[in-house]
Design a protein around this ligand. Structure first.
Ligand SMILES: Cc1cc2nc3c(=O)[nH]c(=O)nc-3n(C[C@H](O)[C@H](O)[C@H](O)COP(=O)(O)OP(=O)(O)OC[C@H]3O[C@@H](n4cnc5c(N)ncnc54)[C@H](O)[C@@H]3O)c2cc1C
Length: 354
């Protein structure tokens, strides 16, 4: 009997590890994912929103034209396999916050790649002014939406587990013995390679000490807003208000802090988020939940992937930052093709050189 090739082990079943598992399976690789199944992680807390036009400059997100179609196709395919749709396409109302934003928007008017993400203008007000403060002026994004990350991860975990591809536990990176042909685990088991997808915890990974981290803690509130039941669009007002069910459940967020990188919800963040809501809403809300997690961000807010420069059977996939849902699928495909077929990675993403 011809022995099966050793599997590729993925350390971490967040967005990065799960996307990589899907891609490797698609390419026919044997995969083993190991994850402790903690209830609070960056991927589980994330709002999962995809916002193609962002920021004060009202700019088209980095290569949205490339990343967005690939992300939508990836979540459609995984949902087809899992039997449940996890990516929800939702229009996003972007309300102006100052006089410069409409000017910046107007300057891009007519650029086809920008216009492709803008819904046909329907005039102000874009929101019900008896419920929202301000003039309700801005524009609607046509190509936005959100991934229900918690359920997508849970369903993906169940799918992996049912095929014997998921192990519950924590991998001790320092205990691995890599060689030219694979990696030996502490119990002697062999893997063809180990890919570290540990999120912000990878700051302590001893194999990749040169990676320059810029992680940021983020906090999100869950809300009940009965007066906004029926609102299906995401409303962006500097922060965002995300309708969960069309029945008055929302989430709002998120904050950025860089000093205490823990998962403890803080009174300061809650006050900041409620203060923002107070500037947006005329109607009352009740806070029903409060979560915090750490976004894995690497220098230049760019993901890093690829093999270790010396120990080539150890690899890395991290730094999905604030846009993991949009950027993750493309990066996971690039890394899977690199690991299986040896295709080159874009230089700026290669962990070996960065
Ligand atoms: C408040 C907040 C809001 C966000 N909102 C959005 C948003 O709207 N849109 C968006 O695109 N992104 C958003 N993000 C960012 C998004 O969460 C990240 O880009 C993405 O989830 C990172 O995924 P990851 O798999 O790299 O890390 P993680 O989600 O941290 O996953 C890493 C996994 O590895 C496991 N692990 C770690 N060490 C080990 C080990 N030694 N052995 C085994 N397992 C291990 C962990 O338990 C975890 O399950 C948000 C993040 C936060 C915190």
């Amino acid at each position: 009997m011809i022995p099966l090739p050793d599997p590729i082990m993925i350390c971490g079943q967040g967005l990065a590890g799960t996307l990589l598992a899907w891609e490797l399976v698609r390419l026919g690789s044997r995969v083993v994912v190991v994850d402790p199944g903690e209830t609070v992680t960056s991927s589980k807390v994330a709002a999962g929103i995809v916002t193609p036009i962002t920021g004060k400059r009202v700019a088209l997100s980095h290569e949205a034209g490339t990343f967005l179609p690939e992300a939508l196709a990836c979540y459609a395919e995984s949902s087809r396999v899992l039997g449940r749709a996890h990516f929800h396409e939702r229009r996003q109302v972007r309300l102006w916050r100052n006089a410069e934003e409409p000017q910046r928007f107007a300057a891009k008017h007519g650029q086809p790649e920008f216009e492709a993400h803008v819904a046909p203008a329907r005039g102000a007000p874009l929101v019900d002014l008896t419920k929202f403060k301000g003039a309700g002026e801005g524009f609607e994004m046509a190509t936005s939406g959100w991934l229900d990350t918690r359920n997508w991860l849970a369903d993906s975990a169940a799918w992996l587990e049912s095929r014997g591809m998921l192990r519950r536990g924590r991998l001790e990176a320092a205990s691995l013995r890599p060689d030219a042909l694979g990696v030996t685990l502490p119990d002697g088991e062999r893997m063809a390679a180990v890919v570290f997808c540990e999120g912000a915890e990878a700051r302590r990974n001893p194999w990749f000490p040169w990676v320059t981290w810029k992680c940021a803690k983020g906090e999100i509130l869950s809300l009940s807003i009965p007066d906004l039941a029926g609102e299906r669009r995401i409303v962006n007002h500097g922060g965002w208000l995300l309708p969960m069910d069309g029945a008055g459940s929302f989430r709002t967020g998120s904050t950025y802090t860089w000093d205490e990188l823990d998962q403890v919800p803080t009174a300061a963040a809650r006050a900041e988020l409620e203060e923002r809501l107070g500037r947006l809403l005329r109607v009352p809300w009740t806070v029903t939940g409060h979560e915090a997690a750490v976004r894995p961000i690497i220098h230049q807010s760019l993901a890093r992937l690829g093999r270790h420069p010396v120990h080539r059977t150890l690899a890395f996939f991290n730094g999905l930052g604030s846009k993991g849902v949009l950027h993750g699928p493309r990066y996971a495909r690039l890394l899977a093709e690199h690991l299986v077929h040896g295709t080159a990675l874009p230089m700026e993403l290669d962990v070996a050189g960065n």
